[in-house]
Design a protein around this ligand. Structure first.
Ligand SMILES: Nc1ncnc2c1ncn2[C@@H]1O[C@H](COP(=O)(O)OP(=O)(O)OP(=O)(O)O)[C@@H](O)[C@H]1O
Ligand SMILES: [Mg+2]
Length: 510
């Protein structure tokens, strides 16, 4: 028994309409990296939220270091040296790094021996020591709101370490990171394991599991399917087990059949709020039946290009033509009606209404048109049956069908909902920004097939992705964006992923 630092036995957790964890048992050994793999909505976050004391299970028992525990809040879990970095971070934006890290357990001192005050100097010193020990560089006096996600994540990790956590739960930590940052994080996880910590890692990326994990538990629709030794199991087997069928890693692509130019962007420049030019005189065009992919490290202007085309921001100069017609002056809705669909990066902020139900979200683009509305009267049965069709077609999984509140759905299934809605608009141009972020491999395979099917139909596609594999799999033409400019635009078949990677780093010429 002592071998296991964490045991969750026969855990069952129900939400209205769904069994999120169905009699799941996992046993984690001291100082191993234990991965959790499973489709979107399989119950991974729920299981770890139970271990961290955020939910109480309906059934089952938890043992930590051989002792039975019952957690009523995350404070109880923290007291047992368990820490968690959540899928969506939980830092206080207008506090400093140090204030966030010590929040709730601030080191105290007494002025004149009586008046208690927070000893921020001691805190800063302790944080510096920790950050040196693990190579997690932060500046304790920086404000969270000024920091990029990768640094925020470091703060979350330091916060766990400061609380002396030695069982560390990471819920999809790499989904928000660039490839370089992922490398770095995996190294740190390895360091932590070597220093005796136990790590539970949720990820959709099997290559990360291969690289770092010792064992891997696979969940499928709430149930535990298997616990595997990572070294002796192939990636293909893991993928198949998790999805419950054979998975193809690379989508099958027909040779391109280009049609007329659909999108033409000329001399586009965009300035940010500080008047700094973030897109610099960019020109490119996309034909019908072509997937034009913008590759680049996050923050090189790709988001601004998409926003300028869709009308979310006003460019400083340049023209944008859709099927020969200048759309630069049109409103967002007019552009949509001219034939543009958009899958934005920030799905919760701009893509969906979290307080609406699934059917309402699926019909956002349609509800005011016939046959869904007649002279401003909504036809609910039409709307509901349309939503039902999309749910089946795109395999959107939720607890209560069309009446599920978006907020309660798993991250990946929220993403599928936007993609379904936008593809079904039958647009001339579809812009996909990070379309598969946070999706399981079965869902990625499915979305890639959908993107290719649209290409076959002659739709022009702008794909913006940080995933080099995704770009190499799908693109007909690749534009590598660096510092607001295209360093290179070329036919995808003439470049290797190594070439693209070099341009992404700003290396010109080979
Ligand atoms: N607070 C909640 N209320 C209602 N249903 C919930 C709640 N949290 C999760 N669920 C449901 O439980 C199921 C499991 O969700 P969970 O978030 O654990 O999935 P996951 O494996 O983490 O998925 P993803 O990979 O998409 O993050 C989903 O069907 C989800 O809709
Ligand atoms: Mg999750």
């Amino acid at each position: 028994m002592e071998d296991y630092i964490v045991e969750m036995r026969n855990i069952t957790k129900r939400f209205p309409g769904i069994v999120a964890n169905d009699d799941v048992t996992i046993q984690v050994k001291r100082s191993e990296v234990f991965a959790l793999l499973g489709e979107n909505g399989a119950g991974k976050s729920t299981l770890m939220s139970i271990l961290f004391g955020l939910y109480e299970p309906d059934k089952g028992e938890i043992y930590i270091r051989g002792n039975k525990v019952r957690f009523r809040s995350s404070n109880d879990a923290t007291a047992h040296n368990i820490g968690m970095v959540h899928q969506h971070f939980k830092l206080v934006d207008n506090y400093t790094v140090a204030e966030n890290i010590v929040l709730g357990i601030e080191p105290m001192n007494r002025a004149l021996g009586i008046l208690p005050y927070v000893d921020i100097k001691t805190a800063n010193r302790e944080i510096s020591l920790l950050s040196q020990k693990y190579g997690l560089e932060v500046n304790p006096t920086d404000k969270i709101e000024d920091l990029p996600v990768s640094v925020r994540q470091r703060v979350e990790i330091l916060k766990m370490l400061y609380r002396e956590a030695d069982i560390l739960i990471f819920d999809e930590p790499t989904a928000v990171l660039t490839p370089q940052e992922i490398e770095f994080l995996l190294k740190i996880i390895d360091e932590m394991r070597k220093s005796g910590k136990t790590i539970i890692l949720i990820t959709h990326k099997i290559e990360e599991i291969k690289k770092i994990a010792d064992r891997c538990a696979i969940l499928h629709r709430g149930k535990l399917v298997a616990v595997l030794d990572v070294e002796s199991t192939s990636s293909q087997d893991m993928a198949n087990m998790m999805v419950g069928r054979m998975v193809e890693f690379a989508a099958v692509k027909q040779p391109p059949r280009y049609r007329e130019t659909v999108l033409e962007v000329e001399h586009l420049s965009v300035r940010n709020a500080n008047k700094f030019e973030v897109v610099k005189d960019v020109s490119f065009k996309i034909r019908g039946g072509e997937i034009f992919a913008i590759a680049g490290v996050a923050g090189n202007g790709q988001g601004e290009i998409a926003d300028a085309i869709t009308g979310m921001i006003q460019p400083h100069s340049g023209t944008i033509k859709l099927c020969g017609k200048d759309i630069s002056g049109l409103s967002i809705r007019q552009r949509v009606e001219a034939g543009l669909s958009y899958i934005p990066e920030d799905r919760q902020g701009t893509g969906l209404f979290l307080d609406f139900n699934l059917d309402q979200n699926l019909c956002l683009r349609k509800y005011y048109k016939k046959p869904f509305a007649n002279q401003h009267i909504l036809n609910f049965s039409e709307l509901e049956s349309y939503a039902g069709i999309l749910i089946d077609k795109y395999d959107i999984r939720s607890a209560q069908g069309i009446k599920t509140s978006l907020r309660s759905m798993s991250g990946g299934n929220q993403q599928k909902a936007i993609i379904a809605r936008e593809i079904e608009e039958h647009a001339k141009l579809i812009i996909f920004v990070q379309p598969t972020r946070g999706l399981d491999i079965g869902a990625i395979e499915y979305i890639h097939k959908q993107i290719l099917a649209e290409r076959e139909k002659g739709v022009a596609i702008l794909l913006i992705s940080l995933e080099l594999d995704e770009i190499m799999n799908l693109a007909d033409t690749i534009g590598v964006l660096y510092n607001g400019e295209f360093l290179k635009i070329a036919d995808a078949s003439t470049m290797t992923s190594h070439d693209v990677g070099r341009y992404m780093m700003g290396v010109k010429g080979q």
